[in-house]
Write a protein that binds this ligand. Structure first.
Ligand code: GDP
Ligand code: MG
Length: 379
């Protein structure tokens, strides 16, 4: 059961009947991933999203079990919710932050490998004759957490977002929006938007066209709000006017998570799990997965594996082996040469001995001959 302030229905239950049938036969799976520098609030955001969205887990133990812990590896949190008979399996992929190292080259590689790996796994299953139980781990939306520096996108953000945008529905997010004043936040969002356009980063854009009145305008407003400013909090706090809300308490007041004046948390949640869940799933299938498929099958229809890391490691091992082999060959060659020298020396010695024997025999033969002649003379 889903129950939050503005979440009377979730995405799947809101769909027109036709799509209902397609999605709900086995229940839908929706996979959301969070990526970004360490400490930008990714894990907190996941917990905020889950606890403000899925309130069925009133049992504290179960709720704790569901929450994300400090992230040291790529973690997948699985939650299932049901609304009007439609089951949705929500997978949230938490990733350890990057950017902690002096050398951040290829920091994005494990994340890219994960995304490509899910596509590859799906493709492998799809090519099997028995395909009724396909496990679908493909990432439908990737939230990229941008550090609220007040400046603009960092080089690492640009490099990572470029790679992500060509593989998944990339949704940029301004982290910890409560740390910027509304004026600075608006300016920062504008700069980020400009950088995204300038560096030609491919981001998810909600489709505008819609027959339903008001929906098109809402979608335009959604596009304009990108990058979505979010505030994460695991606590409920009291506002100066007495309301208890999810938020962060400060001396000057409260930053409210679910307040449109404070951040875009509600807008983003609505986009993800209600208004655009199906579009995120279909664009993943039709655009990103299709692109992966068309670029990862060779002429014989065999899968070209994506494991770049292992390639590099394998090559290193191969080089080591080759070097060790060459060294061993060289050592053996030296040994053979020594043997050869010894053999030659022995052969020479034998030859000399033979010569010696030969001349001895010749001398003896001559002596015999002389003796015979002398004997014959005496007769
Ligand atoms: N001011 C502020 N702090 C936040 C926000 N979200 C998370 N934090 C804090 O930032 C720190 C790092 O959060 P965490 O979720 O572990 O970051 P992660 O490394 O990206 O997963 C924690 O102390 C959080 O309480 C936010 O929206 N605003
Ligand atoms: Mg974390």
């Amino acid at each position: 059961m889903l129950n939050g302030a503005a979440s009377s229905t979730i995405g799947i239950a809101n769909l027109p009947n036709q799509t209902h049938k397609i999605v709900s036969r086995k229940g839908a799976t929706f996979t959301l991933m969070v990526v970004g520098e360490s400490g930008t609030g990714k894990t907190t955001y996941i917990n905020t999203l889950l606890t403000t969205t899925i309130k069925a887990y009133r049992d504290p133990a179960k709720r704790r079990e569901m929450l994300a812990r400090k992230t040291v590896s790529i973690d997948v949190i699985r939650v299932e919710f049901e609304e009007k008979g439609f089951r949705t399996q929500l997978n949230v992929v938490d990733t350890p932050g990057f950017g902690d190292y002096v050398n951040n080259r290829d920091a994005w590689q494990p994340i890219i490998d994960f995304i490509d790996g899910q596509h590859e796994s799906y493709l492998r299953q799809e090519m099997q004759p028995e395909r009724s139980d396909i496990l679908d781990g493909r990432v439908h939306a990737c939230l990229y957490f941008i550090y609220p520096s007040g400046g603009t996108l960092r080089a690492l953000d640009i490099e990572t977002m470029k790679r992500l945008g060509s593989r998944v529905n990339l949704i940029p997010v301004v982290a910890k929006a409560d740390t910027l004043t509304p004026k600075d936040l608006a300016q920062f969002k504008r700069r980020v938007r400009d950088a995204i356009a300038h560096y030609e980063i491919n981001v998810y854009t909600p489709p505008v066209e819609s027959d339903t009145e008001g929906v098109a305008e809402r979608n335009v407003a959604l596009i304009d709000a990108m990058p979505y400013a979010v505030i994460g909090s695991e606590d409920d706090v009291q506002t100066p006017d007495g309301r208890v809300v999810r938020g962060r308490q400060y001396l000057w007041g409260v930053s409210e998570v679910e307040n449109d004046e404070h951040c875009d948390f509600r807008k983003l949640r609505n986009l993800l799990i209600r208004s655009h869940m199906l579009d995120l799933v279909t664009t993943t299938e039709e655009r990103h997965y299709e692109h992966f498929r068309s670029t990862h099958l060779d002429a014989n229809g065999r899968i070209v594996s994506t494991v770049t890391r292992k390639d590099a490691k394998f090559k290193e091992e191969e080089d080591n082996l080759r070097r060790r082999f060459a060294e061993q060959v060289k050592a053996k060659e030296a040994m053979f040469r020594q043997w050869e020298q010894k053999l030659i020396a022995e052969r020479d010695k034998l030859n000399k001995d033979l010569e010696h024997e030969h001349s001895y025999i010749t001398t003896l033969t001559q002596e015999i001959k002389a003796l015979e002649e002398r004997l014959a003379g005496k007769k």
